[in-house]
Design a protein around this ligand. Structure first.
Ligand code: FAD
Length: 435
């Protein structure tokens, strides 16, 4: 009997998974709703459509995106081959002609005899057989309802309101101090105390900062619960001081007094290597976030591993729902890949497709498939999306989620290279052992 897998969605994750599985001799039933039906952001009939930027980000091995690409090549990425065909000049980044890229991926998929295409909207997750759901961050309608039913109630989010995330090691510990308000419980938060002048300068910069243009798809969504910090700042000089920047219950150890205002940082992971800016969901342009948020005392040299965004984004509560093999705990024959799992970004989504494909092939053949080691970027991302996390939000590749080196390296460039080399060696071993 032939081995068969169903894939929903011919986007970045779905195409990577389909091409790799077919190359392993699996028959793939691939369902894609375009051109019968388009999401509000998809415009073209081709597969693997890049709906916004045409950059697939950095290529240097000592960068998080470059490392991710190196790992994808070791896993047999077809999309990176297509990207080579469609490459345009972009300095140290891999950028593509988006139409050529999509045409190349579509050609690859259509030329494979083992991939059977169905151009139709799927409204229900199939009840039987191994299925990969890779319908992306704009999954909606009947299919979203079917996923909600399978996952139980409110485990599917439709909106992303993420505050920026910085690395712990880039904070100025002379200024930032650990404390909880009124000394209650553990000192779980890091605090960035403002004096009056610093706060006024920060407020003025925030009000005047340039905002990102909203995509049509985001304009459709009115999100009541989360006001962008710049909108709050625009309501008056003191509004933030009575909201997320309130200083009550805190004493700055440097002055012995209550600060004029205070930004709290909350840990993002168990290892406390990443912190988010509490209450800082924002629509500012990324460059502006760096400029203005670096005015917060203690964040002058902060490394931003993720900027704030507010946009439509359908994603699972993966820590509760998914196993590290990317299938549902309650319905192990249903796998997920791409942005819908919380792997954030084009290449991250594609990498997730490769990871799910490997896990599915192993399941088909009755073999075990442990996730990649945690010192690889892919393994660290899987751990991030499946580890316990009450405030789970999607996450892209970044060096902050990798476990530290056994021997600390002070120089950042050298440290990143050492982390990348360690990851590549681990990924090589894993990729070979899971075939
Ligand atoms: C507005 C927006 C802008 C973004 N911009 C960027 C960016 O600039 N850079 C970046 O790195 N990331 C960006 N992202 C995040 C993410 O990287 C992309 O959305 C990426 O395309 C996700 O890949 P995917 O394979 O998970 O989903 P997609 O690439 O969206 O693929 C999903 C596919 O499934 C199909 N589909 C959906 N529902 C059904 C159904 N019911 N039946 C059949 N087919 C279906 C869709 O038509 C689509 O082809 C953006 C996300 C959004 C929402």
């Amino acid at each position: 009997m032939s081995e068969k897998i169903t894939i929903l969605g011919a986007g970045l994750a779905g195409c990577e998974a389909a091409l790799w599985l077919e190359s392993q001799g699996v028959e793939v039933e691939l369902y894609e709703q375009k051109p019968v039906h388009f999401s509000p952001a998809h415009k073209k009939a081709g597969f693997a459509e890049l709906i916004c930027s045409n950059s697939l980000k950095a290529e240097r091995l000592d960068s998080a995106s470059g490392l991710l690409k190196a790992e994808m090549r070791l896993m047999g990425s077809s999309l990176l081959q297509a990207a080579e065909t469609a490459r345009v000049a972009a300095g140290g980044a891999l950028a593509v002609d988006r139409d050529l890229f999509s045409e190349e991926v579509t050609r690859m998929v259509e030329s494979r005899p083992g991939i059977h295409l169905h151009r139709q909207e799927v409204t229900q997750v199939p009840g039987e057989g191994l299925t990969l759901v890779a319908t992306g961050p704009l999954t909606e309608g009947g299919l979203a309802g079917s996923i909600s039913e399978l996952t139980g109630g409110d485990h599917l989010s439709f909106f992303d309101a993420v505050a920026p995330i910085v690395t712990a090691e880039s904070l100025d510990r002379e200024k930032v101090f650990a404390a909880s308000r009124y000394g209650r419980g553990e000192a779980d938060y890091l605090n960035c105390p403002f004096n009056k002048e610093e706060y006024e300068a920060f407020h003025a910069a925030l009000v005047g900062a340039e905002r990102a243009e909203l995509h049509e798809v985001d304009k459709l969504t009115v999100y009541e619960g989360c006001m962008p910090i710049e909108v709050m700042a625009g309501r008056g000089a003191d509004t933030m001081r009575f909201g997320p920047l309130r200083p009550v219950g805190l004493t700055d150890p440097r002055t012995g007094h209550r600060p004029w205002a205070n930004v709290q940082l909350r840990s993002e992971n168990k290892e406390n290597t990443l912190y988010n800016l509490v209450g800082f969901q924002t629509n500012l342009k990324w460059g502006e976030q760096k400029r203005v948020f670096s005015m917060i005392p203690g964040l002058e040299n902060a490394e931003f591993v993720r900027y704030g965004v507010m946009h439509r984004n359908t994603f699972l509560d993966s820590p509760r729902l998914l196993l590290p093999t990317l299938n549902l705990r309650q319905h192990p024959h249903i796998y997920f890949a791409g942005q819908i799992t919380g792997f954030e970004g084009y290449m991250e989504s594609a990498a997730c497709g490769l990871l799910a494909a490997r896990a599915m092939l192993a399941a088909l053949r009755g073999k075990a498939c442990p996730p990649p080691p945690e010192d690889t970027m892919c393994g660290a991302l899987i751990r991030y999306i499946t580890a316990e996390n009450k405030n789970f939000q999607p996450m892209g590749a970044n060096m902050g989620i990798l476990p530290p080196l056994a021997e600390p390296v002070r120089d950042k460039r050298q440290r990143y290279m050492a982390l990348a080399e360690r990851a590549v060696a681990s990924m090589k071993g894993w990729a070979e052992s899971t075939l």
